[in-house]
Design a protein around this ligand. Structure first.
Ligand code: AMP
Ligand code: GLY
Length: 429
């Protein structure tokens, strides 16, 4: 019997998931809502918004979907898993992605910090404040050394974290946040100790009981070379991460991953899906900067190409809660991705430019993000346009392939960072 799978989302992450599942030895039929021209090559795109739960429900019923994989955070935070699992007409449909209660790990910084405190998971010291406790917040800030880290409690599309060197500026930003700058996402603000170290991310898939560790990755969030300029959704990623030694990764598993999965279970949160751990390596010890209740984008574009085993086998293990007997094989090769973006991104940019040259790329994988098909041509339709992923024996070899491929592609205003992995060179021999 064929298994029909619906992947929710439309970015490079969802294209990578589709690409990986298309290689499964199992008889799968893949659907993506809404998808993009990249996913259309291996799946059926359905014109449904993942936040339109009734539309998702109809798509599930119409296409006899047995499994829904949720790519982005917003539908999880809105309760798509609860919605599907509570609907009598959808009995038997499994969801890869936590219910609302589990998605709080990402949806509320205050919840995540409290959770880490309850389970002894290393994280920066913090306090949570509201408009009624501004004075306490200010005196808490006086006790911290600069810079000050202010985080809107709720989802703020990656813009809710401020790191400020000047005390008075930090206080005025705090007042602005509590005054509604980020809407209700900022009605609570988490103020944190600043951690000095180097960042990377770890990923697991869990059925709520056991877990499998996926390849780790490092992403490049800033628009400018040398990690300068504004934050973006991510301009590139590398996996494996050279400074993530076996000893460090063992600490991540013992101090972060295991207590997180066990803590969720102990709190009665039935978490089935991916967990993304944003980590700071502080002198060889891991601290959790943030949790995400999903895979990262563009991290997925380097993680999945390194998984040699069948991804569907792991997903089936989550659905049937026997992940403990499923295995994962990971390639020792390095994967890198370089994100090609629209000129002006992450600020104002135009769309609709014809994309040329993708057919000339043979040694890299092109994961579509902001692309669209218009009158039979591929055009830009978003800020992040295409993630160019390559594999190699080394970071340099993989990067050389991605940069060669990027040079073959062109559209008006096209931009990409030419220094992905620049900070990792000192760790490689
Ligand atoms: P987040 O949105 O939680 O990922 O935070 C955005 C970025 O802010 C992170 O990727 C880190 O680079 C930085 N950051 C967040 N919290 C801290 C902290 N406590 N210390 C240092 N940097 C931080
Ligand atoms: N690349 C960071 C994220 O997906 O949140």
């Amino acid at each position: 019997m064929k298994m029909n799978i619906l992947i929710l989302g439309s970015g490079g992450r969802e294209h990578a998931i589709t690409w990986k599942l298309a290689q499964s030895s199992r008889p799968l039929r893949l659907f993506v809502a809404p998808g993009n021209p990249g996913t259309a090559a291996a799946a059926v795109n359905l014109p449904v918004d993942p936040l339109d739960f009734q539309g998702v429900r109809a798509a599930i019923l119409e296409n006899s979907i047995g499994m829904v994989i949720v790519g982005p955070e917003a539908p999880l935070a809105e309760g798509i898993a609860d919605f599907i699992e509570n609907d009598p007409a959808l009995i038997g449909v499994s969801v890869i992605g936590p219910r609302k209660a589990g998605a709080m790990l990402e949806g509320s910084k205050d919840f995540a910090k409290g959770f880490m405190m309850r389970h002894g998971i290393p994280t920066a010291a913090y306090g949570t404040f509201t408009a009624d406790s501004v004075e306490e917040a200010i005196s808490f800030m006086r006790g911290l050394t600069p810079p000050w880290v202010l985080k809107a409690d709720g989802l703020a599309a990656g813009k809710g974290v401020l790191i400020i060197d000047d005390f008075d500026m930090a206080v005025s930003e705090l007042r602005a946040m509590l005054g509604g700058r980020f809407g209700s996402a900022g009605s609570k603000v988490v103020i944190e100790e600043y951690l000095r170290g180097i960042e990377m991310s770890a990923f697991v898939i869990t059925d709520g009981i056991s877990y499998r560790i996926l390849p780790e990755a490092k992403d490049y969030k800033r628009i400018g070379e040398g990690d300068t300029g504004n934050n973006t959704g991510g301009m590139g990623a590398v996996s494996p991460v050279p400074f993530a030694t076996p000893g460090f990764l063992a600490k991540v598993e013992e101090q972060v991953i295991r207590p997180t999965v066990e803590g969720l279970r102990a709190e009665g949160i039935d978490y089935r899906g991916f967990i993304f751990f944003g980590l700071m390596n502080v002198n060889g010890d891991p601290y959790v900067i943030e949790y995400n209740a999903r895979l990262g984008d563009p991290e997925t574009e380097v993680i999945l190409p390194r998984i040699e085993s069948d991804l569907y086998d792991l997903l089936e293990g989550v659905a049937s809660r026997d992940l403990a007997v499923r295995s994962i094989a990971i390639s020792p090769e390095t994967a890198v991705t370089v994100m090609i973006v629209s000129g002006g991104y992450p600020d104002r940019y135009s769309k609709g430019f014809a994309i040329e040259g993708t057919d000339k790329v043979t040694r890299s994988i092109l994961f579509h993000a902001g692309t669209a098909a218009k009158e039979g041509r591929l055009v830009t339709s978003g800020g992040r346009v295409i993630a160019v992923t390559s594999m190699g024996e080394s970071i340099d070899e993989a990067l050389a392939k991605s940069y060669t491929a990027a040079e073959l592609i062109s559209f008006e205003g096209m931009n990409f960072r030419r220094d992905i992995g620049f900070d990792l060179k000192k760790y490689t021999v």
